[in-house]
Design a protein around this ligand. Structure first.
Ligand code: COA
Length: 209
């Protein structure tokens, strides 16, 4: 997927990084706590992914003229700006990282490679009604997985099951926005719109408002 920085609205921006392109970038902009967390990641590939996501959020913030505030993680693993201003979500996988920021609303973002085996794993994260419209298609299954992960990250609480608490409305490969909801939980009746951006075998999804 191409490196990009995109202003979604005056309140929100996202960035996608090719990790190799930013692997030589410094980490001076990180907060003291972030530098410690970074130093504690032992695997080199995980370190560059982690860094790639922070460089992505820095670029997204610059795009809407905001400084990098540093981020901390809550007890669920979700990151929050240290100045208490706005919402962030991060994602990273082999070779690629992305991040999204919104000044007023919670956000979720996710990146995944399309893999054949996702169809076999369907019953673990899909409701039977979703399996019916996804039609054994690996691309549709990956989009469904990614959209659910984005919704999960947007709501942020552990204990929400992708299979039992997040339901997607039927969609096709032509749809660029998917509708989903969180249900049968303390966070029921929250509805989400998820933008889908697919390039070759990579699926990027993120919540929009
Ligand atoms: C937490 C989770 C969303 C991370 O997703 P992932 O695909 O493994 O990894 P990604 O690279 O896309 O995202 C990682 C980022 O998610 C963020 N994250 C972690 N927990 C989070 C939470 N509770 N809420 C929001 N964001 C979270 C972190 O910023 C993390 O990046 P960092 O470690 O560099 O700070 C995922 O592991 C998860 O728990 N999914 C839902 C649970 C589930 O039902 N899974 C199994 C179904 S079969």
């Amino acid at each position: 997927m191409q490196t990009k920085i995109e202003k979604i609205s005056p309140l929100s921006a996202l960035a996608v990084n090719n990790i190799e392109e930013v692997s030589q970038n410094g980490v001076d902009f990180l907060s003291f706590r972030e530098k410690l967390s970074f130093a504690n990641i032992s695997r080199v590939d995980k370190r560059v992914e982690w860094k790639g996501a922070r460089i992505a959020i820095k670029s997204a913030l610059e795009c809407i003229s905001l400084p990098y505030p540093g981020f901390f993680k809550d007890e669920h693993g979700k990151s929050h700006p240290m100045d208490g201003y706005g919402y962030v979500s991060l994602t990273h996988t082999k070779g690629i990282a992305a991040a999204i920021f919104h000044k007023d609303m919670p956000v979720g973002i996710d990146l995944d490679f399309v893999r054949e085996k996702v169809v076999r794993l369907g019953p673990k994260f899909l409701d039977p009604s979703e399996i019916a419209f996804l039609d054994n298609d690996p691309v549709l299954h990956t989009i469904a997985w990614s959209a659910k992960e984005s919704i999960f990250k947007c709501q942020g609480k552990r204990g929400i099951s992708l299979k039992n608490n997040i339901l997607l409305e039927p969609f096709t490969l032509n749809d660029s926005v998917i509708i989903g909801k969180v249900y049968q939980s303390d966070f029921s009746d929250h509805h989400y719109q998820v933008r889908v951006d697919r390039e070759k075998d990579i699926v990027l999804t993120y919540t929009i408002w």
